[in-house]
Design a protein around this ligand. Structure first.
Ligand code: DX5
Ligand code: ZN
Length: 216
């Protein structure tokens, strides 16, 4: 199966967002990845609903929303109303993860659990059957353009084993420092979905990078 590619809007030019979204619309990208930060769970603030509303209007790609916020469950109704497809919450932000995952599913969105680099794959043993996807962070979340953490490859392999052994159908998505080089290693390790910000939006020809990622 060809990898799915989700450009991360965090690296777009926010002063010319419509142009960058149009570039993604016309590309071979599968989804658009959107990073929401609260300055509490991560040491940065990105965008919220006033911006998201216009992204929903302008993007023709399914939206993959990565919530780097505490208490993400508070915003299930807003995300549902916007027609968001996948809602990604952090394992570390949800003491009652099972409840949150099921609330997301009940709202008609696809639930995704996200792991910070220091959170082991083994924490997912009891939730892997219930999620649409696992997002493995290959950098510490909060900023684009960081270097890929090599250990993420071992984590993806371990997660692939857990998924196979448990009979789960969960997809594996990876986010942070993904480019054509690390992307190839991740696909070999068992990843299904590549998220990339800097490697796409700061390239001279972003659509060609997206096309090349689809060929990995
Ligand atoms: C980081 C975000 C990423 C970010 C990735 O916290 O979750 O989606 O945009 O950026 P790159 O691909 O530049 O590492
Ligand atoms: Zn992200």
């Amino acid at each position: 199966m060809k990898p799915l590619v989700a450009p991360s809007m965090l690296s777009a030019n926010f002063a010319r967002l419509a142009d960058d979204l149009e570039m993604v619309n016309r590309s071979e990208a599968d989804w658009l990845h959107i990073d929401v930060m609260d300055g509490v769970f991560v040491p940065n603030i990105s965008i919220g609903f006033p911006v998201l509303k216009y992204v929903v209007e302008l993007s023709t790609k399914p939206l993959d929303v990565h919530l780097m916020i505490i208490q993400p469950e508070k915003f299930i109704p807003e995300l549902k109303a916007l027609g968001i497809r996948t809602m990604n919450v952090h394992y570390e932000a949800c003491p009652h993860l099972h409840r949150v995952i099921h609330q997301i599913g009940d709202a008609g969105m696809l639930p995704v659990v996200t792991l910070n680099p220091a959170t082991p794959v083994s924490m997912l043993t009891d939730i892997i059957q219930d999620v649409y996807m696992v997002l493995v962070m290959s950098v510490n979340p909060g900023f684009g353009g960081q270097s890929f953490i090599e250990h993420s490859l071992a984590k993806v392999r371990e997660l692939r084993r857990l998924i196979t052994q448990s009979g789960s159908k969960a997809l594996i998505e990876v986010d942070g420092g993904v480019n054509l080089h690390t992307g190839a290693q991740l696909i070999e390790a068992g990843a299904d979905v590549l998220v990339a910000g800097n490697a796409i939006f700061n390239a001279p020809h972003p659509q060609e990078v997206i096309r090349a990622m689809k060929q990995l």
